[in-house]
Design a protein around this ligand. Sequence first.
Ligand SMILES: Nc1nc2c(ncn2[C@@H]2O[C@H](COP(=O)(O)OP(=O)(O)OP(=O)(O)O)[C@@H](O)[C@H]2O)c(=O)[nH]1
Ligand SMILES: [Mg+2]
Length: 446
Amino acid sequence: MKSLLVGVLGHADHGKTALVRALTGTQADRLREERERGVPRVPGSALLRVPGGAIDLVDLPGHPRFVRAMVGGATGLRAVLLAVDAREGVRPQTLEHLEIARLIGVRRGVIALTKCDLVPAAEAEARAAQAAAAAAAAGLEGGAPVRTSALRDQGLAELRARLAALLDAAGSPTDDGSPYLPVDRVFTRPGAGPVLAGALRRGGLAVGDAVAPEGCRAMVRAPQVHGRPAECAEPGRRNAAALHDRALAVLADHHRARPLEPGLTLGCLALLLGADEAAAAAVLRDLVAARDVVQDQALFRHADRDTARPESELVQALEAQFRRAGLTPPDEVEAVGRDVRRAEALAYLIRAGTLVRAVDRVQRRAIIFHRDAVEGARRTLVRAFDGSAGFLAREAGAVLGISRKFSIPLLEHFDAQRITRRFGDTRTMTPQDPAGEPGGGVPPAP
Ligand SMILES: Nc1nc2c(ncn2[C@@H]2O[C@H](COP(=O)(O)OP(=O)(O)OP(=O)(O)O)[C@@H](O)[C@H]2O)c(=O)[nH]1
Ligand SMILES: [Mg+2]
């Protein structure tokens, strides 16, 4: 039977738990302590049976303090169910959760617009569009949001069908060896201290393995399978080695999912490993020393990743498009459309400095120029206005043969780069130092 782990994401109070309960009949955040405190402490999971198999809905805690726990539970996720409150729309944690899903390479999901019984249809429509745009920006292929109400049993059948379709389309999960154990019960046994119980869904655990539920130090003491003592494989040294392996697996997954991104920071890796930064740093030091991982300033990448950059045909085509367009490039929407891969390629080219994002702060509009076009414009302006008393944006536009739509953001970019200096409506070219660097070299002392 096929199964799929789906993370339920969304801002606090956006109706995640209510949705899971309405879909499955299970109260997912069911640990007694958290019920009493009214705050879900760890991800709870509920099983949704669908024709093709079963979907494990992992109800992730919405409170910012629990993002760490979320990542701890989320590393095995293959898809997400994003809950967005129809009254509130996209909130900070919606974006934060989407960003984490993006970082761990989750691209597929379903968006549920929740509590639709509380808002007029037109308002729900606007919130749905906003949610779809946020998901698309994070590279999540979520399709059209499903209007739901857990209270009125609205949209739940469609949601189940959409989740079933995700299961249908999912390949078999890759086992990276990291264990995943949703905790059902916590109790105290005299002489043993607190005991966590649950069904191990993935990976393995052996006696002596260090685990860190909710950041506590703990050790696997007596694994049982359905109440009987289980085989205890390789006690002792497994842990550090396991963290090394997982760090490599996390990096490899990341490069596969985000081929255009240069690597992960220590902070991200620590989050994704569910380890604290000191432990992650120690593991990375060893991996860098062993040449399994390469560090480039603040970023770490797998040594197997091609540093010659996986410059896809798409990246090259996009670059050529902007190069050809010169000083009248297409706007971002026109160039990218709704294509997530094109958006990624564009972001990559901007990061690499090949394309320059110039912002018109008044119009709140950005124009993306090829850096060659920007350099060409700089030379033209130097020829036309160097040594002159000053020039207006209109005059610069005339010399460059472009309208205000393009000249204003370009000139603002030049101001920011100290290639031009602005006084009111007039600009002057900043004198060049002998090396040809704009800005006259050393900035004046404060
Ligand atoms: N009217 C209405 N209220 C809802 C609906 N779904 C959830 N609620 C209410 O919204 C509040 C929050 O719902 P939860 O399901 O606990 O939200 P959550 O996202 O799990 O919250 P956290 O776990 O704290 O992040 C509760 O008071 C629910 O009763 C709905 O469809 N309609
Ligand atoms: Mg909840």
